[in-house]
Design a protein around this ligand. Structure first.
Ligand SMILES: Nc1nc2c(ncn2[C@@H]2O[C@H](COP(=O)(O)OP(=O)(O)OP(=O)(O)O)[C@@H](O)[C@H]2O)c(=O)[nH]1
Ligand SMILES: [Mg+2]
Length: 329
């Protein structure tokens, strides 16, 4: 099923709205990259959000990328609005945890991680603010692995090229290509910066092993010393992510739209399709009867969950719902 739905979560001010904006811009939903500071983003549109420069209400973005329909929800980071975060996670299939390369994970991300555990959600991590003064990939990766590495293999699928003001792109450890963004121009090349080559080959080696471990045919091939293809690597990683054993880590800079496009690809490659989520225990409202489980499928009876009520001018109450099964016309 060519559908993905992911919630963007993280501590306040780590760049969730800026990331949602950059994703929307890359998908062609806008022709200008909006800024939180200028009050021009798609998801922080109400006057309170613009005045306070923070997200209060979750904002939805529906976009298309490589033939996939992608539903994104930009959630608030302030603890006062954590209810919105929980409802959004409840309704979406995957989570993107955004962390700040300068200040670490943050309490709101820890809380969201617990919600994601509760809802058995596959997840990705995007390390933002790589361009900011004192950004450190090694230190944030160390923190992520220490904090969340006991129950998940926290696995980088990219390495940053440069840090702080010198941050200019990423090495994709799957395709082994360098993606650089200079003066707004994106360049892809098979030439990996020499200063990174040792680290790239070491981390890629670990990545290949991690991927192979999730698939019998792949582990056999790996143990026989054969190279895994790009598709095989992605297949093994995807299986691990969907089964909640692996959390891939990517990095970039939302504000300058550096390395945001690869996140779209990662959402497609690693986040579950609605049919890959587990079935759901439901209560039939009319009878109050509980049904053990209901499979996520267009062919089972209608099930939906209202995760948000918004009051838009001229529209009165709009209820946003997630359809799990059946059809609604
Ligand atoms: N230097 C730098 N600044 C960024 C980056 N991403 C976002 N910012 C800035 O950081 C500030 C906070 O960004 P937001 O996108 O509002 O962060 P948020 O996580 O949505 O914040 P809340 O919704 O309040 O939790 C804004 O001024 C952004 O312009 C980045 O990658 N690098
Ligand atoms: Mg925000």
């Amino acid at each position: 099923m060519k559908i993905r739905s992911v919630a963007i979560v993280g501590h306040n001010g780590v760049g969730k709205t800026s990331l949602a904006e950059a994703l929307a811009f890359n998908a062609g939903l806008t022709n200008r990259l909006g800024r939180v500071r200028d009050g021009t983003t798609i998801t922080d549109y109400n006057s309170d959000e613009i005045k306070r420069q923070m997200t209060i209400d979750s904002g939805l973005i529906t976009s298309e990328w490589n033939g996939y329909k992608i539903y994104l929800v930009d959630t608030p980071g302030y603890a006062d609005f954590s209810c919105d975060v929980k409802q959004s996670l409840r309704a979406f299939d995957g989570a993107i945890f955004l962390v700040d390369a300068t200040s670490g994970i943050g309490v709101a991300a820890e809380t969201a991680w617990e919600y994601a555990d509760e809802f058995e959600m596959p997840r990705l991590i995007f390390v933002n603010m790589m361009d900011k003064e004192s950004a450190s990939w090694n230190s944030i990766l160390g923190e992520l692995q220490e904090r969340w590495g006991a129950s998940f293999k926290v696995t980088p699928v990219q390495l940053p090229i440069g840090e702080e003001a010198n941050f200019r792109g990423v090495v994709d450890l799957i395709s082994m290509k360098a993606l650089t963004y200079l003066d707004g121009k994106e360049t892809e090349t098979a030439e990996i910066p020499a200063e990174l080559s040792e680290e790239v080959s070491r981390i890629r080696g670990e990545l290949v092993e991690t991927s192979a471990e999730n698939d019998d045919a792949l582990i056999e091939k790996y143990l026989e010393g054969e190279e895994l293809t790009i598709d095989e690597l992605k297949k093994g990683l995807r299986a691990g992510v969907v089964q909640r054993k692996i959390v891939p880590v990517l990095c970039g800079c939302a504000y300058k739209n550096i390395a945001v496009k690869p996140l779209y690809d990662a959402i497609i490659d690693y986040m579950p399709s609605p049919l890959e989520r587990q079935s759901l225990p439901v209560t039939i409202p009319k009878t109050g009867k509980e049904e053990e489980t209901r499979k996520f499928s267009p062919d089972t009876p209608f099930t939906a969950y209202v995760f948000k009520k918004v009051n838009k001018p001229h529209l009165r109450d709009v209820q946003l719902l997630r359809v799990y099964s059946g059809k609604l016309s």
